[in-house]
Design a protein around this ligand. Structure first.
Ligand SMILES: [Fe+2]
Ligand SMILES: [Fe+2]
Length: 283
């Protein structure tokens, strides 16, 4: 099937390019000079902590992947092991170092717990055709996560410049933010390619499972959901949740819900984002 192999070749070339153009960032290359540490901490301290934690949890994400996808295509492993993990872990280390420079405690990432839900998926992935359902869920999660990251880093970058913290904006946030679109592109290419190959029952299952399991990035319990809501409030995302949610899952909507003409944002996504904001406001 030549269509598949040309898709795969494009993916491999994409990952080659990322590896070449985006070596992992070095903590020593960042300039942690902050003019007003207390003011910056007050405004963005909790945002840095959330982002640092999520980035550092990449090690758990890799465990989750190996559980959920016992036999992935070679290009998936190439991407997450050789490019994605080494980049994300450095994002986490740099952001965590910044919050420590501001006098905060380091992030407390959970790098080991693979949820029961994912272990069940991994067991089912041995059933014929089910691993592709898991892969699709992985690409959808990746797309929503990376797109959210791109949008959030853009807002954080602008806010940091507005506070006059140019060294942080230029040598901490900007280099991280430049590496996220390539991750997003990998998941988008993968999701579009795989969706076109899925049978009706697989697509149905993807829609069902996505509807019941969608969560904002890094929000795995009630505290983290409220933390995420607080990040949305500080970055100004909470003022227009529908717009942010719509941008974060635009391709997911176009693929999964093409038959529901007029759906602006899948309702499960809006529900999850609004719930996070409500929890933050209630706290
Ligand atoms: Fe990252
Ligand atoms: Fe990323």
């Amino acid at each position: 099937m030549p269509a598949i192999s040309s898709d795969e070749r494009r993916l491999v070339e994409h990952v080659d390019r990322l590896a070449e153009e985006h070596p992992p960032l070095r903590v020593e290359s960042a300039d942690f000079t902050v003019h007003d540490p207390a003011g910056f901490e007050r405004r963005y301290g909790h945002v840095l902590d959330y982002m640092a934690r999520v980035e550092l949890e990449v090690d758990r994400n890799v465990l989750e992947l190996t559980t959920m996808l016992p036999d992935p295509p070679a290009v998936d492993r190439y991407f997450y092991a050789d490019v994605w993990q080494p980049q994300e872990i450095q994002h986490g280390r740099i952001l965590d170092r910044l919050q420590v420079e501001l006098g905060r405690s380091p992030a407390t990432p959970d790098t080991e717990t693979v949820s029961a839900k994912l272990r069940v998926l991994g067991a089912l992935a041995h059933v014929n055709g089910f691993q592709d359902v898991c892969r699709m869920l992985y690409y959808l999660t990746g797309m929503a996560t990376e797109r959210s990251a791109v949008l959030a880093y853009n807002l954080l970058h602008r806010g940091t410049e507005d506070l006059g913290e140019q060294a942080i904006a230029a040598t901490v946030i900007a280099p991280i933010k430049r590496q996220e679109p390539g991750h997003y592109a990998f998941y988008q290419l993968s999701a579009r390619g795989l969706w076109a190959q899925l049978a009706g029952w697989q697509r149905w299952l993807v829609r069902r499972m996505r509807t019941i399991s969608f969560a904002p990035v890094g929000a795995n319990d009630d505290t983290q959901r409220a933390d995420f809501g607080a990040v949305m409030m500080t970055l100004g995302i909470a003022d227009d949740v529908d717009d942010f949610a719509g941008q974060a899952v635009r391709v997911e909507r176009d693929l999964l819900w093409a038959h529901r003409a007029g759906m602006a944002v899948p309702p499960y996504v809006l529900r999850a984002f609004r719930d996070a904001v409500e929890r933050a406001q209630a706290r």
